[in-house]
Write a protein that binds this ligand. Structure first.
Ligand SMILES: NC(=O)c1ccc[n+]([C@@H]2O[C@H](COP(=O)([O-])OP(=O)(O)OC[C@H]3O[C@@H](n4cnc5c(N)ncnc54)[C@H](O)[C@@H]3O)[C@@H](O)[C@H]2O)c1
Ligand SMILES: [Zn+2]
Ligand SMILES: [Zn+2]
Length: 398
């Protein structure tokens, strides 16, 4: 460890100064890591749709619990902020406490390839032990834009910068608590590793951890971005026989097939409701599972209507500012379920390795997700690129 590595580092990062404002590349200061933290030199980062929501001020009002801020409430947008929660990087300096992390936390050392996760896993709290959820109470998603101790490790010209969730990946360097870090086998290309830190794993996990998509079952996926395509891939690997993709973008038809989609519906091209179109494709019964991966709140209800009576399950993944009423109470009474999901139900320490192994064994089509690569200096284009019809994942090379 070089002496310089424990100093404050000045580096380049993309700063979001306010709601909807263009990103600005600034020289920022990144503090040394404190107890149980590591400083990471980013190799690449991803753009997930949730970053766009955060650039618009999400989350505006939310309550959450963490060990140090029980039932905190956030009522204003967090700016200036460094966005980005997908990424891969190398540890440059780990403070001594890292060597004494509890059992089950991967041992980390300088030079390790890691990805950040936006949920931790203590393996001790009531939720971790319940076997029912991945929402760890000790290491929750940090919505307040700060580290676990309520402070930031990043600043610009003396002004505090907010983090995004547990990290901030659109920066040359970032600091993260080790409980939100997963070590990655160096055989995994960093661009692939980056996509495992949020979108793809979220979709993939939802077919395996939130539901147990069975061999021969039918599913409908609303939205074929990196999340939705992760659902398609997961369902194919689990043996689903009918995988219906729904997207307004016709170019997603060919993309979905690469991952195993069997049927495609473009809601823009028909007078029928999507639920009716899905029922037609499933002999009138509806699908076993539907997955909402657009963030268009009204599609939750469409997904609910498209599932089979008595057993259909709808998983809500897409994030939205909107609130909706699930209007058809009868559908719920007739045995259908709607369930929300964070990170596809994946526990970072217990479950992510299985996806990493599939990545090493080249069972996943991660190359087909990366449609655009840009340099950090070009990040101003990233949001516009995601609007292009041929875009799935923008990877930022750092
Ligand atoms: N719950 C979680 O843990 C979690 C994790 C990652 C992302 N997300 C959320 O999941 C959603 C998807 O993320 P992404 O990065 O894949 O987004 P994306 O923007 O890359 O993809 C969304 C897709 O939905 C399609 N779409 C939009 N409106 C539609 C409509 N009305 N009907 C049909 N298709 C429509 C778009 O054409 C696009 O292909 C976002 O809301 C994101 O915030 C949630
Ligand atoms: Zn994300
Ligand atoms: Zn826990």
């Amino acid at each position: 460890m070089s002496k310089g590595s424990i100093q404050v580092i000045s580096c380049k990062a993309a700063v979001c100064w306010g709601e909807g404002e263009p990103l600005v590349i600034e020289e920022i200061q990144v503090e040394p890591p404190q107890a149980s933290e590591v400083r990471v030199k980013m190799i690449c980062a991803g753009l997930c749709h949730t970053d766009i929501l955060c650039s618009k001020g999400y989350p505006l009002i939310i309550e959450f619990r963490s060990p140090n801020c029980v039932s905190s409430s956030i009522s204003q947008a967090l700016f200036p902020r460094i966005l980005g929660h997908e990424g891969a990087g190398k540890i440059t300096f780990s403070c001594s406490v890292v060597e004494s992390v509890g059992e089950g936390v991967t041992e980390l050392k300088e030079g390790d390839l890691i990805i950040p996760t936006f949920i931790g896993e203590c393996k001790e709290c009531e939720n971790c032990c319940s076997g029912k959820t991945n929402l760890c109470e000790k290491y929750p998603t940090l919505y307040h834009g700060l580290m676990l101790d309520n402070s930031s490790r990043m600043s610009v010209r003396g002004q505090r910068l907010y983090h995004l969730f547990t990290c901030s990946t659109w920066s040359e360097y970032m600091v993260i608590n080790v409980n939100y870090v997963v070590k990655i086998d160096p055989r995994v290309p960093p661009t692939h590793a980056s996509m495992l830190s949020c979108a793809f794993s979220t979709g993939f996990g939802a077919t395996w951890k939130e539901t147990q998509v069975e061999s021969g079952s039918s599913i409908a996926v609303f939205g074929l971005g990196a999340v939705g395509l992760g659902v398609v891939e997961g369902a194919r690997i689990r043996g689903a026989s009918k995988i219906i993709g729904i997207d307004l973008n016709e170019e997603k038809k060919e993309k979905g097939k690469v991952f195993g989609m069997t049927d495609f519906i473009n809601p823009g091209g028909s007078d029928k409701s999507v639920a009716e179109a899905i029922k037609e494709l499933t002999g009138g019964l509806g699908v076993d599972y539907s997955f909402e991966c657009t963030g268009v709140a009204s599609l939750i209800n469409e997904g609910l209507e498209a599932t089979a009576l008595g057993r259909g399950v709808t998983i809500v993944i897409g994030v939205s500012h909107e609130t909706i009423a699930l209007v058809n109470i009868n559908s719920l009474i007739c045995g259908k379920t709607v369930k929300g999901s964070m990170f596809g139900g994946i526990k970072p320490q217990s479950d992510l390795q299985s996806i990493i192994d599939k990545c090493i064994n080249e069972e996943l089509h991660l190359d087909a997700l990366v449609t655009h690569e840009i340099q950090l200096d070009e990040i101003g284009q990233a949001f516009e690129l995601l609007k292009q019809s041929d875009c799935v994942k923008v990877v930022i090379l750092i």
